[in-house]
Design a protein around this ligand. Structure first.
Ligand code: ATP
Length: 339
């Protein structure tokens, strides 16, 4: 068993044609934790993953496993010598090998029988014992991805890096495949990176989230801490919807509960339909049901800038007056976004 060590990026940069695609990024992937790298398309997520993997050299900074330098401007341990498992969206299984032999492919120095037994155990862990004899083209996308995760983990990697591993899967299968696959990754106790552009998935799947934008890691923390305490507007936006409101457009009773500022950003759940007669009366502009929740557009003092949510069987009608309450913990006072 390999010693469990953190995989670290320390001040790494990567330039393409003089432009930094990863810019002075530092991120520690702790053993036993799944760290999601969250950001929009082009943020530099895959490039940072490739720097961790050694698929590309760094132009500045270092990649370390524990204290061992894997990449620097003067050192480059090749990808194939890093013992890092890589999982991409496209499964990349060997088409001529069945599921069992795909998993066994990376198991060296074992008898054939031991290799089969070990591969079989990994397939079982991923809930795929019954598909051991199937070839990749006979497996569903979710099954193929579980085989590729079993294959990566069976090789006892020092870390595993996953680039949007579930994004190609059917939505109905996705949550079950994710649950099984990520449980196996967590159980392996190694550092794990999960590249994602989907905040809800990152919050559900990861122990920690690093938000990346324009090559820079803006903030890294637990999903809960990032959602409730973002330090910048892009981070707050990356984690969930927000809408801006001027202090002047808020009821005085609410404004006095908030820190002094000209304007705020609110999560929709900051304003909620009250279950009783308490709260501030506001006019409903629109109420849209989205499964369990209703998304409300509200008018106060002639301005219809407010958004809110409601839970309940009855959907209020446009023009109706409802009572709403404010939860200040979902109101942020953040510096304006820099370009
Ligand atoms: N080999 C390359 N040569 C030049 N530019 C590149 C190269 N690879 C990536 N880029 C550019 O670097 C930027 C970051 O790309 P990267 O794939 O890391 O982003 P990403 O956050 O993973 O995006 P996505 O979610 O779309 O995969 C993009 O603008 C991309 O066009």
């Amino acid at each position: 068993m390999n010693e469990l060590l953190p995989l670290k990026a320390v001040g790494v940069s990567r330039f393409y044609e003089g432009t930094p695609v990863v810019n002075d990024a530092s991120l520690t992937l702790e053993p036993g934790k799944i760290t999601a790298l969250l950001g929009q398309s082009g943020a530099g997520k895959s490039t940072l993953l490739r720097l961790f993997a050694g698929l590309e050299p760094v132009d500045a900074g270092e990649i370390l496993l524990g204290d061992k330098v894997l990449s620097s401007t003067s050192t480059h341990v090749p990808a194939e010598s890093r013992s890092i498992g890589l999982i991409f969206q496209d499964f990349a299984l060997f088409p001529h090998l069945n599921a069992l032999d795909n998993v066994g492919f990376g198991l060296k120095g074992m008898t054939k029988e031991a290799r089969r037994r070990e591969s079989g155990e990994w397939l079982e862990r991923l809930g795929l014992s019954h598909r051991a004899k199937a070839y990749p083209h006979q497996l569903s996308g979710g099954e193929q991805q579980r085989v590729s995760i079993a294959r990566a983990l069976a090789a006892k990697p020092v870390a595993i890096l996953m680039d949007e591993p579930f994004s190609g899967l059917d939505v109905t299968l996705k949550s079950e495949v994710r649950r099984i696959a990520l449980a196996a990754v967590s159980e392996a106790g190694i550092p794990a990176l999960l590249v994602s552009h989907d905040a809800a998935e990152a919050m559900r799947d990861a122990d920690r989230i690093a938000v990346m934008r324009k090559g820079v890691i803006l903030q890294e923390d637990t999903p809960e801490a990032l959602y409730l305490n973002p330090t910048s507007l892009p981070v707050a936006r990356a984690l969930g919807p927000l809408f801006p409101v001027a202090r002047a457009d808020l009821p005085e009773a609410w404004a006095t509960k908030l820190p002094e500022a000209d304007s705020y950003c609110l999560r929709p759940e900051a304003i909620r339909l009250s279950g009783d007669e308490s709260g501030v009366p506001m006019e409903v502009v629109s109420a849209q049901r989205t499964s369990a929740l209703m998304e409300l557009k509200l008018k106060y003092n002639g301005h219809d800038t407010l958004r809110g949510i409601g839970i309940g069987a009855r959907r209020p009608s446009p023009g109706e007056t409802v009572k709403v309450t404010l939860s200040p913990e979902f109101v942020f006072c953040l510096p304006p976004e820099s370009a």
